[in-house]
Design a protein around this ligand. Sequence first.
Ligand code: NAD
Ligand code: 89V
Length: 348
Amino acid sequence: MAGGVKRGALIGCGFFARNHLHGWQDVEGAEIVAVCDLDHEKAQAVGREFGIAGVFDDAARMLAETDLDFVDIATTPPSHRSLVELVCRHGLAVICQKPIADTYAEARAMVEAAEAAGVPFLIHENFRWQLGFVRIKAALDAGRIGAPRFARLSFRHGFDVYATQPYLATIERFVLMDVGIHLYDVLRHLMGEVSHLACETASLRPGVAGEDSFTSLLRHSSGAVSVVDCSFASTIHPEPFPATLAWIEGSTGTLELTTDLRLHIHAAGEKVVESADPEVPAWGARPWHTIQDSVIRFQAHVVDVLNGRAEPQPSGRDNLNTLALTLASYDAMRERQLIDIAQWQERQ
Ligand code: NAD
Ligand code: 89V
């Protein structure tokens, strides 16, 4: 698959898809040549807006009629498995938005289908590609704070996400599946695998069907301990959405990511402050720009993977461990139990 501009198709022309398409326009080495949505008008609108000739409302027909190297799936979870398996049957590299699936068994089947087809399977999980977490990962890998032993990730806001993502107010499993899954991926990326997890959730805002806040306590296989907390019902001024605050303590220092997108590095008897505030893409806008910038970073990574220059980050296989933490959090809440993650995965 190495070499040349990779030809891609996007399935799902909804709210977040435009970030994908702008991101593909910004990265070298890939071009979206076809788009598909069940709602033909949505696909046509996106085709016109981005100058894409291939416009379809049936993914199977698009794949049968279009010469492609990869497919980028930006639909919501109910369609993910059927679409990923369809793309695998065509022997194409496949990228799927988070959450990968609503159950662990479905997600595992998708991973197995990609591995049986011998195709790259990446999850569009972009929080780990946010500039702040790219910088934190580099500092950890460089040993700037020694061995990490405590982490806290906090995502608290009162932003009206429901205006552009109305389904978030109706799904029974909400904030863990929507953003907890991001936070758990970042946590695993930075601190390593999790052995045990406890979680409490709450439904704070009237009219929202699912849980809109959670607090988790996690033990890592390394022995480190982490706390992850999240609320979509907080009153904070100025509104910090979509900032994720981070605090990571190591044996010789501390890393702190603050609301104003500054990375504070406490080490060697001093504090150094670096900006983690990315440029706003020409097509983007605050406050979404940190996520929009991460889309470009992730999709540039996809091109590296398609050219054999990098391993998927994250792969579908890796994302199973993130999904396990997310789904096990609901069991921890329901059973008021500390969950052994390896035993939880064996039971699925
Ligand atoms: P959306 O509902 O606005 O758009 C989804 C689109 O997919 C709809 O237009 C729908 O018609 C289409 N679709 C569904 N099934 C299809 C099928 N079988 N074939 C073709 N088209 C199909 O949803 P959204 O807000 O854009 O979110 C999409 C996904 O992106 C969600 O899983 C969400 O969690 C994720 N998301 C990720 C980020 C991020 O990466 N940080 C941000 C927002 C949303
Ligand atoms: O990034 C996301 O997945 C979005 C939001 C920031 C609202 O969680 O759904």
